[in-house]
Unconditional design. Sequence first.
Length: 383
Amino acid sequence: MYIIGKDERLEKVLGIVAEILKKGKISCNEYLGEKDLMQEALSFLGIREPSCKEGTETYHLDHLGFFDDISPSRLRVFSSTEELLYKNWPTPLVLLRSLSNHNLRVWAKLEFFNPFSMSVKDRIGWSMITDYLAKYNNRTVLYEATSTNTGMALTALANIKGLKVKLFLPYTIQKASDIILRIMGAEVQRVQKSLTVEFVGDVDELAKREGGIHLNQFENNSNLKVHLRYTAKELDLQVREASLKLRGIIGGVGTSGHLSALSLYFKSKYGDNVKVYGAQPAPGNVIPGIRRVETGMKWLHYVKIDKVQDVTSSEAIEQAIRIARSEGLFVGLSSGAVMATFEKLKKNGALQEGDYVLIFPDHGFKYIEQFATYLEETKRQDG
Ligand code: PLP
C-alpha cells in the first residue's frame, strides 16, 4: 500500500475550489480574508485574481477569465509541437451510437487524441514539467515510475525542453513499452514489482542520490490542477455545446488525478445530479494504468465518488474489443474497464435517463501483447 498523509492545507484549498465553483463567483470580502489560500485555489482553477479595492465587490468567474484556458486553434496550425498538445484541446467528445438509445445516450471523451503518449497522461506530463520549470529552471534528469503513458508524455515534453528522462516500469507491463520509450530517448529500467506505486519510494531515493528530479505523478498537485483547469472545463463546455442532460461520468483510477478533478468540478457546479463512477481492477487482476483504490491514492480522498466498480482483465479486454468492432475505435484496456463499468451499472439499474460520459484514457496499440494472448486463448477454447 502506498501511504499518502492527509494534507490539511490541500483539503482547505480544495474546499475553497469547491465553493468557488458552486457559487460561480468570488466575493472580495472572502478573497481578502483568506488571500493566501484563495490565490492557491485560483491557480488550481486557472482564474485571474480579482482586483479587490473596497472589499465589497463580487466578480463572476467569466469576468476573471474562467474559460480562457480553453482556446483551440480553429484551423489547426501550430507553432510548436508543444502547442499541438494544449491548443488542440478539447479532446473530442463523441456519441457512441451503438450503445445509445432515445432515453440514454453514451458519449466517450477520447484522450488518445493527445499527441505524445496518445493518452490522458500528456496533460500531466506537460503540467508537471511546465510548473517545475517555471519554479526552478533546472534542466536536469527526470526520474519517474510509470506504466508507460506518463513515461511517454514526460519523455516527449523533456525532449522538447531539453531534459533527460529515466523511467522505471513494473514487470507486469507489456514488453513493447521499453521499445517505445527507448525510441523516444528515455532510459528504461524494469522493476520486479507488479504496480508502479510499490516502488515510488525507491525512485524518490534514487533521484535524490543521483541528483535528479522526481516529479512524482502520484503526489504532484500539477496532476489534479491540469485536469481541473483543462479536462473538466473542456467537458463542461462540450456538455453545454451539445445540450447534454449530464447524469454521470465514468473513468478509471490510477493516480486518481483525472477522475478526482472531474468529480470535484462537476459535483461542485452541478451537485449530485452528476454521478461519478470509478473503474478499478478486480482483486488479483492487472489492468495497465488503473489500480485498486486501497493501494493508496492522493486526491480521491478529498472528493466524492458514487461507486467504484471492480472489473476483471478479461472484461476490460472484451469491452475494448467490442468498442473496436462496434464503433471502430481501437481503445486501450482501461477504456475497456470504463466500458465494463458502464455495462455493469446499467445492468444493475443504477443509470437514469440522460447522458453519460465515459473517459477513454488511451489507444489500444500499446496492448497488442495482451490482445494477442486473449485472442489466442479464445481461439483455443472455441476449438
Ligand atoms: N488509464 C491509463 C491507460 C492510464 O495510463 C492511467 C494512468 O496511468 C489511467 C487510466 C488513470 O488515470 P489517473 O492517473 O488520472 O487516475
